[in-house]
Write a protein that binds this ligand. Structure first.
Ligand code: F6R
Length: 240
């Protein structure tokens, strides 16, 4: 794994943007795997600003998102589809029909997992952007998730519910279930870019980079990927 340590969040985001820009420069019809959460916001701001200034075009780009809360859809401002539109897609020249995310409001969540999994099989990510949970999760693959997992419904860990409660009015409002890409779907990406900032990620980053490769720390599977880059700030790198 290539590790880049930056002085702060903004330089982490700048480096991440350089990586994404290089992938699109090489293939203007690339498939981008995207994450939600606070970590990639600086990257998304740079993508939006540059496209708005007439820089990179996303007209041929397709995107796939990692995950979505069960029960939430575009009409909820807590949903990940809403997050992606507000923070990225609405500011790009991307075609809405080229942005893919699991439907959290599907009546049959298992059928939705199968549909999304089949879609991913036909759309290998040229680059997959990831954040990391303080418990070492990637997407919503919580500790103990098999490395062989594909798209599935997950019961969110208590620590994830607590971490994400800051984005909801009350902790009780955080959905208890989500649909997530599995670890196998993530590992299929040609290139992986994992971002981390802040001291609360230091332990997870240590497990990611130099811990044992174990299902107890889902991010540790990335040590087995042939083209994975971690970009993190000094605080997140404190234990490596
Ligand atoms: C988001 C996702 C999660 C986050 C992780 C870190 O789509 O899949 O794994 O990347 O929980 O979240 P933040 O960036 O908010 O610290």
């Amino acid at each position: 794994m290539k590790v880049i340590i930056t002085k702060d969040y903004e330089s982490m985001s700048e480096k991440a943007y350089e990586e994404v820009r290089a992938v699109i420069a090489e293939n203007p019809a690339a498939v981008l795997g995207l994450a939600t959460g606070t970590t990639p916001l600086g990257l998304y701001r740079r993508m939006a600003d540059d496209c708005g200034r007439g820089g990179i075009s996303y007209k041929k780009i397709r995107t796939v998102n990692l995950d979505e809360y069960a029960g939430l859809g575009a009409d909820s401002d807590q949903s990940y589809v809403y997050f992606m539109r507000k923070n990225l897609f609405d500011h790009l020249d991307i075609l809405p029909e080229n942005t893919f995310i699991a439907n959290g409001k599907a009546e049959d969540l298992e059928a939705e997992c199968a549909r999304y999994n089949a879609l991913l099989e036909g759309m290998r990510q040229d680059i997959q952007v990831l954040g990391i949970g303080s418990n070492g999760h990637i997407a919503f693959n919580e500790p103990g998730t098999p490395f062989s997992s594909t798209v599935h419904v997950v019961d969110l860990a208590e620590s994830t519910i607590r971490d994400n409660a800051r984005l909801f009015a009350r902790e009780e409002d955080v959905p208890r279930k989500a649909i997530t890409m599995g670890l196998k779907n993530i590992m299929r990406a040609k290139k992986i870019l994992i971002l981390a900032n802040g001291a609360n990620k230091a332990r997870a980053v240590c497990g990611l980079v130099k811990g044992e490769v174990t299902e107890a720390v889902p991010a540790s599977v990335l040590q087995l990927h042939p083209d994975c880059t971690l970009i993190c700030d000094r605080d997140a790198a404190a234990m490596i």
